[in-house]
Design a protein around this ligand. Structure first.
Ligand code: NAP
Length: 411
């Protein structure tokens, strides 16, 4: 029954994201998670179950005939996190959203397509959603119903992303920084230096590689991280202290460290450029800025800084949000398509048993119901009866199969 699909979820819409962790399943290893999910499944008579935990939601998709009322939810979260002390169940009922039947399917599609996310249109959630379902199926927590919903979600996401602009316009600071840089149309031979070799600069480096830049140098405080980034992009690795003594000319400088003091001071910058007074491009993604104001004021530079990128990100997010209505319309159509698909699947499952049932009926006719009367016949008559029953068996299987396939468009 399609009503057996249910979603129990707590999201950023109702709770501070930091508090969501009370409603996730804590575990050391995957094996522990499987055991805990299996326990919940057994205790609460759930047929299929998947578990999705992201930074802004926890979502339990279940397939069960049981009514998901307040008592069910209490028992559910008591098993999820026994240290929750759920004596005040009204708190839980305010936090938890429950969706059933087509509304559950709608919610699953909206989550998978990132329509309901904090960062609308981010595709990472879709990967997490598929991973959650695959994890459940691999560990026998879910089977055919969830396979069907995953297949439908893949198709829905394709439609949403190709028929709306919900995934357009970058939001990540690194992607926006690269877009801003490309507006200056720098040559692919530009000499690029990275100051800092953390996560953000490593991501920036990937964008440079993608856009076919090749000439890199990395400056970093620790040798270890500097070397990792330098090796990944075929760059020279130098210590931060070498800035200003390296005599290295450059065209683009990408600065991003967690230092709270400027690293590129006017003094260091002057040494770094030496006699070269050509215009440079500086990208500074650090918070607080790592390039001192004096550099921007005293030297010929194009300066790409994080505040303007952040406001661009907000504008882009607002653009994506405008597409939500359109995306929901696509999803509604897909929910209706899923309903038809689910009914077809149910029928296909029912028909799968038909041949065995008809065969056993035929055997019963011969060996029980008409046994005595058949035994009274001579051999040619017995053979005729057997042939007639075989013929009837085939027709009894093929006629309803053909009719159902035609009516429900089954493969
Ligand atoms: N607001 C945003 O959206 C946004 C986005 C991207 C980045 N950021 C900012 O970017 C900065 C770095 O982020 P991340 O993700 O790349 O961090 P990360 O992965 O932790 O890397 C930190 C980097 O900074 C270096 N570093 C730390 N303290 C330093 C110091 N006192 N002097 C010199 N180098 C130092 C580290 O060098 P070692 O290898 O020696 O430790 C490493 O290269 C942060 O300020 C962050 O706030 C903000």
């Amino acid at each position: 029954m399609i009503e057996h699909f249910k979603v129990i979820t707590i999201t950023h819409h109702v709770i501070d994201v930091a508090e969501i962790e009370d409603y996730i399943i804590r575990h050391e290893e995957e094996g522990d998670l499987v055991k805990k999910l299996q326990l919940i499944k057994d205790e609460l008579e759930i047929d299929e179950m998947s578990y999705l935990s992201t930074c802004n939601r926890v979502s339990y998709m279940i397939y069960t005939h049981k009514e998901v009322d307040l008592d069910f939810i209490n028992r559910f979260f008591d098993l999820v996190n026994p240290s929750l002390h759920l004596e005040d169940s009204s708190k839980l009922s305010n936090l938890v959203s429950v969706y059933e039947g087509l509304e559950a399917i709608q919610n699953v599609f909206e989550v998978a397509c990132s329509v309901d996310s904090l960062v609308v249109g981010e595709r990472e959630i879709f990967r997490q959603f598929r991973e959650a379902i695959n994890f459940a199926r691999q560990n026998e927590l879910a089977s055919d119903n969830f396979r069907l919903i995953e297949k439908a979600a893949v198709e829905t996401a394709k439609k949403v992303y190709s028929n709306t602009r919900i995934g357009e316009k970058p939001l990540s600071i690194a992607a926006l920084a690269m877009d801003s840089l490309l507006q200056y149309q720098p040559s692919k031979d530009s000499k690029v230096i990275f100051v800092g070799a953390g996560e953000t600069n490593s991501l920036m480096a990937k964008f440079f590689l993608k856009h076919e830049f090749t000439n890199f140098t990395v400056f970093n405080r620790s040798n270890h991280r500097g070397e990792t980034l330098a090796n990944a992009i075929g760059a020279q690795n130098l210590p931060l202290a070498a800035l200003g003594t390296s005599g290295l000319d450059f065209d683009i400088m990408v600065v991003c460290t967690a230092s709270t003091n400027p690293i590129i001071t006017a003094e260091i910058y002057e040494k770094l450029i030496g006699e070269d007074h050509g215009k440079k491009i500086i990208i500074d993604l650090s918070v607080p800025a790592n390039v001192s104001k004096a550099v921007v004021e005293q030297f010929p530079v194009e300066y790409i800084e994080i505040e303007s990128l952040k406001s661009l990100a907000e504008k882009n997010l607002a653009f994506r949000r405008q597409e939500i209505g359109l995306a929901k319309a696509v999803i509604s159509q897909q929910v209706n398509a899923f309903k038809a698909l689910y009914q077809q699947r149910k029928l296909a499952r029912a028909l799968a048993d038909l041949p065995t049932e008809i065969k056993s009926l035929k055997e019963r006719v011969k060996s029980e119901v008409f046994k005595d009367r058949i035994e009274m016949l001579d051999e040619p008559a017995k053979m005729l009866i057997s042939d007639i029953l075989d013929y009837f068996e085939k027709k009894s299987i093929s006629i309803p199969m053909k009719t159902a396939k035609k009516a429900f468009d089954l493969d």
